[in-house]
Design a protein. Sequence first.
Length: 370
Amino acid sequence: MSINLKKLSHQVVVITGATSGIGLVTARMAAARGAGVVLVARTEESLRKLANELRERGARADYVVADVGDPQQVRSVADFAVERFGGFDTWVNNAGVSIYGRIEDIPLRDQRKLFDTNYWGLVHGSLIAAEHLKTRGGSIINLGSALSDRAIPLQGVYCASKHAVKGFTDAFRMELEHDGAPISITLIKPSSIDTPYRQHAQNYMRSEPKNPAPVYAPATVAEAILYAAENPVRDLFVGSAGKALSTAAALAPRLVDRFMELGMFRAQKLDHPSAGPHNGLDSPSGSLLERGGYPGHVAKISFYTKAMIHPLIAGGLFVTGLGLAYLVKRKFSRNGPDRSAVKEKSNSPKAIRRRQQKATQSMERFYESP
């Protein structure tokens, strides 16, 4: 069965984790583009403020207070969307929490609590959304991570939950496709994003946590989510760094292990002590903050992601690159040194060692950069 998704302006979109970070930006962006939005989070005051803000801008918006770890509360979200808007067309499983610290230092209670939100909350949302969408068609968009493909130290429990999310999403997609269900299931895999993620995380480190560079703005993820709401797509990386990490891990996993061990411990710690254990697992923030205040450079756009969702741009860049390469090659062939001498020099043992050393230093700087 073919999947035909509506234009966003004709959709009703359910968004979990809607009161901060990626969920908040997505809700505002979807409403600005004409979609009706059902906002879901654990803090009623923040949900009410956000819903009123969107209504004042002319949007169709309402909210449901729910903990996605409870399947009955998730079902109440679907029932509300049907009662209030006549149904929904896209369900975004965005709610998530994290824990910083070595796995051995994290109580099993907290590890299970994280899975209740990151994995089971997403499972509850996917299954309940699918029941509704089988009869009308639509999309289920699951927030994974670049860490769905490659684990990193000090966020091991979070990585494990995102690996589970990827496994569930891929299997559920195949089962629905086999049955001919008119549902698109997309896994979004963001790189490091400047949201209040680290402030809301449970922290068992002695230092305050930090996003490892490079870091992207949450709007880059929201754009990918809303693209998937209108276009059936299997998965999308947000940020070339995440794609590069996934590819490197697949091709040379032990080498990536080594670089992680060299740089990723320091890359996730600020230079000042922790203010104390955060309590993001049990206490919802309701911050209505989009950004997390990352101290370094934050990329406002991802050219890689834009190329993936806009093939014409990708094609134009490819053709331009070919043209520039041809011009450089032509100029070099006319005015450059003897090619055989250059090749011989570039393949000397000294040159090879120099290139290997530069590659190692570049990788270490990537993971240790502020």
